[in-house]
Design a protein around this ligand. Sequence first.
Ligand code: ATP
Length: 802
Amino acid sequence: MDVQPARTMRNLPDTLSSLMGFNKHLTPSWIESVSHIIDGLPRMKVVVEKTENIGDDNTESENKVEKIQDELVSLNAQLKQITLHRREALNNYLDLKGNIRVFCRIRPFHHEETYSSRNLFTLDESSIFLQVAETKRKQYKFDKVFNPLSTQGDVFSEVEPVIKSALDGYNVCIFAYGQTGSGKTYTMEGKPTNLGVIPRGIQTLFNRASECSNRFLFTFSMLEIYMGNIRDLLAPRSKSNGLKNVSSLSIKSGPDGGIEIEDLVAVTVNSFEEVKRLYEVGTRLRSTASTMANSTSSRSHCLIRISLTCLNATERRKATSKLWMIDLGGSERLVKTKATGKRLKEGKAINLSLSALGDVIDALQTKKPHVPYRNSKLTQVLRDSLGCESKTVMLVHVSPNEGDLCETICTLGFATRVRSIRLESEEPPEVKARKETLLIDLGLKVNDLEHECEEIRRKIKNLEESMEQLTGSQPTIDSNFDMSHLFMEELKTDASSNVRSSKNRREVSSRLPRFMKPTASSQHRIGLNNCIHVTNRKKPPVPPRRRPSSVYAESVTIPGNAAPWQSECSMSMTSDMNWTPSIRDGTECSQDASEYEIKQVIFSEHDKSLHDQVTCYTDYQLAESRDVKNKIEEKGIVDIENWLHQQIIEKINTCRSKLELDIPIVTEDVIYVSSIPSPITMACTKAGSQVKDKGIYLTLQPSTDYVEDMKQAKALNQFAAQEFCTPPIKEFYINNEVKGHKNENLVYHGRPRKSLQEELEDCMLEKPDKDSRSHRLQDEKHKIGKLTKFFQALRQHGLVLF
Ligand SMILES: Nc1ncnc2c1ncn2[C@@H]1O[C@H](COP(=O)(O)OP(=O)(O)OP(=O)(O)O)[C@@H](O)[C@H]1O
């Protein structure tokens, strides 16, 4: 082979032919056309630069690089040290404030309620008075009271330090407690313009995680406890396995003493947007109903769990911590609500579990030897997150209305119970004053340390930028993105295999034909993954768990309007994200969401740029991906893309009758064409008597219309944009592996698993930084490697036959 790695490339055709030594196969016109294709590809520019006189520059820049590297090492060490101090200070601060903190929020009056009937008064930031009779007022003390004018920001600022401690390895529980209609969902979820604790908390987690030097793996789960049953709100469900057949998940103890919920879906998330999409789906599936007290009353406890696994922090308390954010079902006096039948049973179940929760917190507060976790599913689930090593915030909600006086008394009674031991009135004034001073000092210290950390991070960033300019070898935003995708690919592949190995999932597991799996371009188009140019040496992930379906989401026939599910499902939600009024007096559970809804949620954000969201990983972090793999294997985590895919497949199965899809059948002799609309009128023709021979030539003939389109379209770019089109391949060489891998060959009918465009993009030559002369020789080698790959891609796609 005529390869000279160190030689400067003059032009692509020469290089191609000399590289591969296939001159005899490559006619000049062919090479030229390939050159045009490559020129047309984005970012693909072969920059030929002279390589003279670079020795001096090299030495100078090498010295600078060394200096920067030294500084970076020292700054990173400092950052680590200060982070430790900050964590310690924050923990002391929270300890002093109490590991179980109880806040009270009074909601504003509704328009139908009259201010004159108010019975709650706030005196200071920590106590409220309840007018129980004309001349009798009762005082209740809290860690903090939020009056009706308090904002969502005010509430969050008190909760935020606790959420931050989840990043330090503490398990955290944040509850919203209160009677029906008192504002629990408002506090936890908020409104689109006025976000609540859950979205703010998640945003904080992602922001903090991106700022700190530790790498985190976040997973999101959402479940509800309805009448004592645990239901996964993210498990794909169809109407066929509807409401009645939903099995309750079981709880078991993990090897490390932690609590595991068997088969609970945990989806890896990388951004707030991803969590939002999952949350929207989960909220739609929650059990809600219209009650006398609230037209969209939550009939269950809704639990959101974020698991945070730290990949590289040895100084962290625990590798994995959990943040629970829980919108409890409304406590209600069943006499007042006049509930009967199912409503009565639901009310009883909610009240019983709330009472069990009160018992547990009381036992923890009073340090009783026995904590009655086993008395309800709620407390069993939270067993490892409610205790001395964890942080708990109870947000108690009350209504200011006189008509709700009895409920308010009950709620305040519960609140008093859960914070019984720490009533400030029981503390001597001097102890109280000392504590106050200490708290202020610790608060200031935490702030200072956080600022210091920020400053060091800023310095590190600047140095890294300088380094990048000097060496040109640091990943750019794009290449970072590529790497993160690689990283995610690994996760996905592992998650898939992990899921496949799981007991429950094995039952329904079956490999999908390749053409049913999301292609890189479909992922790109629907916004699941817009980095099709990524080097993808691995096979695409196999969507786990679901039985084969005949089509991938994009080709599903979706009902033209939402009427069927609206009338059929009467979904009533407290979520403002997708609010539909309840039209039936039934408790609506997860299983009614139609394929329309799911589709809407999943594809609602076509144009959002994942570039903004995906965490950038450095080489070092990539090296850690093995750790991640292990973590994922351990925990049975599902990647978001796989999860979405499961949802889609499941929903497709529910509307199968609407689909008329033929799966192309591959036989030894002939391939029949399906009725899926395709630019190909005839996929292949039998190649006469050669059929049974080892080599079979199959001719693909594009339709006339298609050929016309193709003339106008920009050659290969056209293919990237189409889901079910066939690449402009005139001939395929199919060997006798047809028999063994039928599904592999099916992909030739539609969009192949990887188009030529993608393969070529994998081999793209990146434009080197103008300043990076020192790396030119290395670049040359790199380019040659890329070109070799490019050639292999052509061969794989049948463009060269040898
Ligand atoms: N602090 C507040 N500011 C403005 N509006 C509020 C506030 N708190 C509650 N609301 C409004 O009161 C109504 C009932 O609140 P929400 O649905 O949050 O109650 P809930 O306690 O979650 O009820 P349920 O237990 O039945 O689900 C909603 O319309 C909500 O917008």
